[in-house]
Design a protein around this ligand. Structure first.
Ligand SMILES: Nc1ncnc2c1ncn2[C@@H]1O[C@H](COP(=O)(O)OP(=O)(O)OP(=O)(O)O)[C@@H](O)[C@H]1O
Ligand SMILES: [Mg+2]
Length: 385
């Protein structure tokens, strides 16, 4: 296994930078997920690492060795593509065994490993079929199996579960987590599915339009998004974003939002750059919108417009004023119906603040550890008087 570095890597197609100054250190044994919307440059980054695409500028290293000029074959990586490329004339067994035959793995050992992987991926009854006779999901599992049998320095996976149905995808996610733990493998995994990123990654690198927006553990990304893009891209349902205003009461900073005044710890945030206005974006996760306020005096009123029961929880969309709706997650079977007027409270412990112009988080990073984290737990509420 090996570590991986991207150092100021660019990829231009024509004049257009598709990957823009990507710097990323991936540790040996890490499960790093590149997450971002369609077209943000994930596959291109992975293809550069695989040696299928050459960086326009910058350095890529695997196991401390610069690989920019090294052909794909010499990099000892195994790639599972978005459009799994299988040998059409070989059976599933032939596809799985191909790499091992090249490496002259003894027959008994080859059969043992093949059997293990085919069992793991549920491919045993398909070993004599050819790719054309398989469903998309089955082909994807063969491609994954072939990569697993390679035992490379680094696994590169590009949406390897995208063609599986929901049940199988959840099962394979769990299998990949187990495999990663067992093999202690370095995996670079591309997806736009945040559930995959959150559940499997040791760290997530969020990309937006060719840029790296933030790197961190799934919990860091969720709890302390570095900017509005990350905040609204990660988290389902999406974070609520409303406009607030920073001001002061008795020389202490306060945040005015949704008709409430919330006292702020001055050490917890920086003032917006665009100082012409003190307006900020305030992010509130749906689980921090509470539909049963303890203290009615703290309540914001909302008219319920949409109720979405999901079984384990219900999503409620309520209109607070002409321009503001809030989405709340409430327990299942909460008796709330469309048209109801409900009282809402926001959990001010977990608010997020963003500069309206730069859209960067205004919450200050903590000094603990090398990974940047923002600490939103420093808000204190002003008592209603
Ligand atoms: N060979 C190419 N020539 C020109 N443009 C390209 C080429 N390959 C990719 N692009 C462009 O680069 C951008 C990033 O593509 P890429 O495939 O890396 O996106 P992605 O993040 O993997 O998206 P998706 O989630 O849809 O797979 C896209 O706008 C794409 O059109
Ligand atoms: Mg892609």
């Amino acid at each position: 296994m090996a570590d991986v570095q991207f150092e100021h890597v660019y990829k231009l197609f024509g004049d257009h930078p598709v990957v823009n100054d990507l710097s990323l250190d991936i540790a040996d044994g890490e499960f790093l997920v590149l997450l971002g919307p369609s077209g943000c440059g994930k596959t291109t980054s992975l293809r550069m690492l695989a040696g299928l695409e050459r960086p326009t500028y910058g350095r890529i290293a695997i196991g401390q060795r610069t690989v920019n000029a090294l052909p794909s074959k010499a990099r000892d990586v195994a790639m599972v593509f978005q459009n799994y490329a299988l040998y059409p004339h070989k059976t599933v067994r032939g596809n799985l065994a191909f790499g091992m035959k090249l490496r002259r793995v003894p027959k008994a050992e080859m059969n043992r490993q093949l059997d293990e992987v085919a069992t793991l991926l549920g491919l045993k009854r398909l070993l004599d079929s050819r790719p054309a006779e398989l469903s998309g999901g089955e082909r994807q599992r063969v491609a994954l199996g072939r990569a697993l049998l390679r035992r490379p320095k680094v696994f590169l996976m590009d949406e390897p579960l995208s063609n599986l149905d929901a049940t199988l995808r959840a099962q394979m996610r769990a299998e990949l987590i187990r495999l990663h733990t067992k093999l202690n493998a370095t995996i670079v995994y591309v997806t736009h599915d945040q559930a995959e990123a959150m559940t499997m990654a040791t760290r997530i690198a969020v990309m937006s339009k060719g840029h790296l927006a933030q790197v961190g553990t799934p919990q860091q990304i969720y709890d302390s998004p570095a900017d509005l893009f990350v905040a609204t891209f990660v988290g389902l349902p999406k974070m609520n974003v409303v406009t607030g205003r920073l001001g002061s009461v008795d020389n202490s900073p306060v945040l005015e939002v949704l008709g409430r005044t919330i006292r702020m710890d001055p050490a917890s945030f920086v003032s917006p750059n665009s100082s012409s206005s003190a307006e900020v974006f305030v992010g509130i996760r749906p689980e921090d919108v509470l539909c049963d306020p303890g203290n009615p005096q703290d309540a914001i009123y909302g008219d319920v417009e949409v109720v979405e029961p999901l079984g384990s929880e219900t999503l409620v969309t309520a209109r607070c004023d002409e321009t503001t709706t809030l989405v709340a997650r409430v327990p299942p079977r909460t008796p709330i119906a469309i048209g109801d007027r409900i009282r809402i409270q926001i959990n001010t412990q977990h608010l997020h603040l963003f500069d309206k112009t730069t859209q960067q988080s205004l919450l200050l990073p903590t000094t603990s550890g090398p990974v940047k984290t923002w600490q939103p737990e420093v808000f204190a509420e002003v008592r209603a008087n």
